[in-house]
Design a protein around this ligand. Sequence first.
Ligand code: UDP
Length: 323
Amino acid sequence: MSKVLVSGGCGFIGSHLCDRIMRRSDLELCIVVDNLWTGDVQNLAHIRDDRFRIVQSDVERFQTDLRFDEIYHLASPASPPWYMSEPIRTISANLIGAMRLLELLAPGGRFGFTSTSEIYGDPLVSPQPESYRGSVDCTGPRSSYDESKRCTESLLFETRRTKGIDLRVVRLFNVYGPRTRPDDGRAVSNFIMQALSGQPLTVYGSGEQSRSWGYVEDIVDGLERYFWSDPVNYPGPLNIGNDREIPVIEVARYISKMFGNLPIHHVDPAPQDPTNRRPDLNLARRTLPGWKCKVPYEKGVQLTVDWFRAHLAQQYQDQLTLI
Ligand code: UDP
């Protein structure tokens, strides 16, 4: 029976991962550690299970006498406006958070870490294989996120080399879907929130910059298989994402059309915005045979719109009840 810790479990991806963990019959205990900086307990309110606990704490300062068989470290903002507004806290959550969690790993335990395609910076090769060393500005506006993810990868691989932990590192590519915060600030959720309130969609710069948008259920399928359900013997790093690359302007046009051709406003480009990003999935296909992103962008956006509508209606209802 396994004791599992998930840092950042109240967040967008973390909460979907917790849903998968709670289906396990070999689970003794699942503890979520989350300071609710970008996470929301409502994302886990549906879980009613004696094996499940949420502790509100910074991961760096989490105190317990327990030791865990599996630790999944997701605690970090992932949206540029959020990590840029509190860069030191972002570095701390990733790096110092990982250092603290390593102290809580039981002997022989497994450590999973969600790193990022931001590791590749503004990539000069496409698609990006895991062997690509990236093009990151280590003092630039995105560095708190990019470099703390990179340094946490170093910490984990060196810990594995010197102490022999069972390591699983993934690099995620632009995940979107239900449970994104309405004020998250990333492209898909911004466009949807703007569209739902009849506002123009804001495209940063020309919109020719591209991303590979992965629907959260597909991504979490990959995480579930890699982190615990498949007999994998590979520490990572492993790209997990959708390899269909689409320019931002196309996404904006698609959502604009869904809502009756809302205007699209081009505003200032985001600082050091990567021009392109697409995962090379050869290693993922070999490591997780048969896994692939199944939800096409068009359907994923529709599912996300449906979720936002229901979520906002519920929030409105809750406010009315309070009055
Ligand atoms: N973007 C945009 N409008 C928005 C939010 C984002 O045009 O309201 C662009 C952003 O400049 C980037 C792309 O969409 O080129 C993806 O941005 P996001 O913040 O979703 O992810 P990341 O920059 O981390 O890839």
